[in-house]
Design a binder for this molecule. Structure first.
Ligand code: FAD
Length: 396
């Protein structure tokens, strides 16, 4: 079967949804097509590890309503080839989609454990959430592999549901490498007080499904049994299609300030795109909701005729039990880390400095400061540990 669109969106995530909405706003008559590999229409991903667990909200509440744009949604279909000369994309059923302009919003795929099985979930999608929910009964013993964003959120959510949670991770602590050591240590204690067992410094090297349990073998030689295993091991960008089509790819699909790839009729945005981040003066590829929505929207507008640059420095947020934060820029403890606590590890600001500039800001239970943090990162400085303290929070 053949389809013809002015704008074809490959991918069915939050970026795709934001793009479809922006295209429709800018071009009332456009024929918009969206091809998404998941069976679900675009939905919000962040609630999968947070809000859906806390409030027992129905999964329908996370639907983004993309269909209201009039875009035709081809779901459960994966684009497997692009012909840039013919301006066509072909899906895994053999359908061909003609496009005038194309958006690659293929996102990212979770890194996988070295074994699989029904009770082993590399957490990323709504189906993964539904699968985990089946096992997340009070008292169920669940291993959470990884102590980054996803692992720490899922562990808190499962503990909140009365599961017996064990976190397994190779690093020193929760968020190690990103948060200052004291904060990471505090979080470890916070999780333990809420019944979570932390096994730091171990890798999961193998696993075996044994009926209704999973045997997990760790790098310290021990084997532990769980009812289910859920992994948050980070993601890799879905660039295969772009690579095969000969587009420039370097840790993501390389785009310019207008989010255009090395082919002027192909754009890319969201988790898969490597974009020039003017405020930091470097290329970035980020896996944040704010970037998915902002870049998706921007790409949609540019595809429909706008020509301005995407200049936003995306921010990230997370909730861990009743703690929460927003973060802007680079969070890396190899930078100079300056901590400013109003209440130690409960409320404060952490600045990440390099070469006299602020490169990142962690706003720990400190709200309404994303814009001031962006301004601080854009400011020429020079900043050091003494003069940066007190720059935030700024009265708003
Ligand atoms: C559990 C979870 C919690 C999160 N929490 C937060 C948070 O608190 N704060 C925050 O800022 N960010 C958070 N994020 C990150 C944020 O959700 C992502 O950055 C954002 O959803 C990325 O959107 P995307 O559309 O670019 O990519 P994706 O969400 O990866 O969507 C891409 C879609 O395209 C499909 N696809 C891929 N290849 C093809 C193809 N060839 N053909 C057709 N379809 C294809 C994929 O199946 C997928 O459905 C979270 C992510 C997860 C998984």
């Amino acid at each position: 079967m053949e389809h013809e669109y002015d704008y074809l969106i490959v991918g069915g995530g939050m970026t795709a949804d934001a793009a479809a909405k922006a295209m429709r706003e800018a071009d009332a008559a456009a024929r918009i097509g969206l091809v998404g590999a998941e069976l679900h229409a675009p939905y919000e991903r962040p609630p999968l590890s947070k809000a859906l667990w806390k409030d027992d909200k129905p999964v329908e509440s996370i639907d983004l309503g993309t269909a209201k744009t009039g875009a035709v949604l081809h779901l459960g279909r994966r684009i497997v080839a692009l012909d840039r000369v013919a301006h066509t994309a072909t899906d895994d059923h053999g359908d061909v989609y003609r496009y005038r302009k194309l958006l690659l919003a293929t996102g990212a795929a979770p890194r996988r454990l070295p074994f699989d099985g029904e009770r082993v979930i590399d957490f990323r999608t709504l189906d993964d959430y539904l699968a985990l929910r089946r096992y997340a009964k009070p008292g169920a013993q669940i291993a959470v592999v990884g102590a980054g964003f996803i692992g720490s959120e899922i562990a808190a959510s499962l503990a909140g549901k009365g599961c017996t949670v064990t976190m397994l991770f190779p690093g020193d602590g929760i968020g190690a490498g990103r948060y200052p050591r004291g904060l990471s240590n505090f979080l470890g204690g916070y999780y333990r007080e809420r019944g979570v067992t932390l096994r730091a410094g171990v890798r999961v090297i193998d696993g075996r499904n044994t009926g209704d349990r999973v045997d997990v073998t760790l790098s310290d030689g021990t084997t532990v049994q769980f009812d289910a295993v859920v992994a948050g091991l980070g993601v890799t960008p879905n660039v295969d299609l772009a690579v095969a089509a000969g587009l420039a790819v370097d840790n993501g699909i390389v785009v310019d300030a207008q989010l255009r790839s090395s082919d002027p009729d192909i754009f890319s945005a969201g988790d898969v795109a490597s974009f020039p981040c003017a405020p930091l003066g470097m290329r970035l590829r980020v896996e944040h909701e704010n970037a998915a929505i902002g870049m998706g929207h921007h790409a949609g507008r540019v595809m429909a005729g706008a020509d301005d640059a995407y200049t936003t420095l995306p921010f990230f947020y997370s909730d861990l039990f009743d703690l929460g934060y927003e973060a802007v820029g680079l969070l890396d403890d190899r930078l100079e880390v300056v901590e400013q606590w109003t209440q130690p590890y409960r409320e404060g600001v952490v600045y990440y400095l390099d070469g006299g500039r602020v490169r990142g800001v962690l706003l720990w239970n400190t709200w309404g400061q994303v814009e001031p943090a962006r301004d601080l990162i854009a400011a020429p400085g020079p900043f050091d540990a003494d003069n940066v303290r007190g720059k935030l929070p700024r009265p708003v």
